[in-house]
Design a protein around this ligand. Structure first.
Ligand code: PEP
Ligand code: MN
Length: 333
């Protein structure tokens, strides 16, 4: 249920109403917007008397929210959420350009790529240290050492770092990471999501390989319900009938997620297609349909990459793409 308060609602009366609702065992999510304050009621609202609340002089309207996701719901928070990563803002008109290799391979590699993507216009650096690979015989990432190399690249460039966490037990290693990524394969690792809800860091939550938008939003709800409001959603392609590409990029997810939720939505055209030459057209399309950012794999030597070389752009290709992405963003503004 949501309670929309009148524009200049008396503060004392607001507090009284909130205390009274809390006394009924409800959680209250308060969203103070420029034009209105919205109280989102979480819990069993079946016994809440809507007419009584609606009759209060500070209340503008009362509405039942039938969706199962509450905290992530646009109705609970009409304004776009802006996620802050140091000085970088994501959402609400702020665009994230996240770029870097699939995996961190060496200091020379990650520092070279970090410098190149920064020069091209990226504002965040990606790089996997813990890699979820289909085969146990494939490169599994440099793990803790990889995280240290990412920190060196951050120091060299000033770019905040985005990297994937696969297990709750690794959390202590991620203390100095700027954005923790939950990969597609872990989108429904509910214990991990709950734990990430308890930390005060932005979480990049990728859509699972075969998950619906509602399931993605419910996973974000796990993080938010545990207290962390800094969640970025990511469309990275889903399994369909695609035969020539790794996945199918569901771009209509972007405007639909924006309608349903206030959280920023970014797109990963690299994992969606699996083919480097498909990345620019899909990245431009993502920018055109209103995405709040792009996460793109870039490698200084794609042919010899230890993971996902076929879908990695070279730094030069990335730089050319950034210019076009900016042009598309200008065109739709
Ligand atoms: C990645 O970003 O490196 C990755 C493994 O992505 P996904 O979880 O989308 O497959
Ligand atoms: Mn990858």
């Amino acid at each position: 249920m949501i309670v929309v308060l009148k524009k200049d609602a008396n503060k004392e009366k607001q507090d009284k109403l909130i205390d009274w609702l809390k006394g009924m065992g409800l959680g209250i999510h308060i969203s103070v917007g420029e034009y209105q304050t919205v109280l989102g009621l979480i819990g069993d609202t079946s016994k809440v008397d809507m007419d009584l609340i609606g009759s209060l002089d500070i209340v503008d309207s009362v509405k039942r929210v039938t969706d199962t996701f509450k905290c992530v719901n646009r109705q609970f928070h009409p304004d776009d959420t802006v996620v802050n990563v140091g000085d970088v803002k994501i959402g609400g008109g702020n665009f994230a350009m996240i770029a870097g290799p699939c995996s961190v391979e060496s200091e020379a590699q990650i520092v070279e790529v970090a410098k190149a993507v920064k020069a091209a216009g990226a504002n965040l650096l990606r790089g996997g240290a813990f890699k979820p690979r289909t085969s146990p015989y494939d490169f599994q990432g440099l793990k803790g050492e990889g995280l240290e190399l990412l920190k060196i690249a951050r120091k060299e460039t000033g770019l905040p770092i985005v990297t994937e966490i696969m297990s709750v037990s690794d959390l202590p290693l991620f203390e100095d990471v700027d954005v923790l990524q939950v990969g597609a394969r872990n989108m429904q690792n509910f214990d991990l999501l709950k734990e990430l809800g308890r930390i005060g860091k932005p979480i990049l939550l990728k859509r699972g390989l075969a998950n619906t938008l509602k399931e993605l939003l419910m996973s974000a709800e796990y993080i938010m319900a545990s207290g962390n409001e800094q969640v970025i959603l990511c469309e990275r392609g889903i399994r369909t009938y695609s035969d020539y590409m790794r996945n199918t990029l569901d771009l209509s997810a972007v405007p639909m997620l924006h309608e349903l939720s206030h959280l920023p939505v970014i797109v990963d055209p690299s994992h969606a297609t699996g083919i480097a030459r498909m990345v620019p057209p899909m990245a431009l399309s993502a920018a055109a349909c209103g995405a709040d950012g792009l996460i793109i794999e870039v490698h200084n030597d794609p042919i010899h990459a230890l993971c996902d070389g076929a879908q990695s752009l070279t730094p030069d290709e990335y730089a050319k793409l950034v210019v076009k992405v900016n042009a598309v963003r200008d065109a739709i503004r």
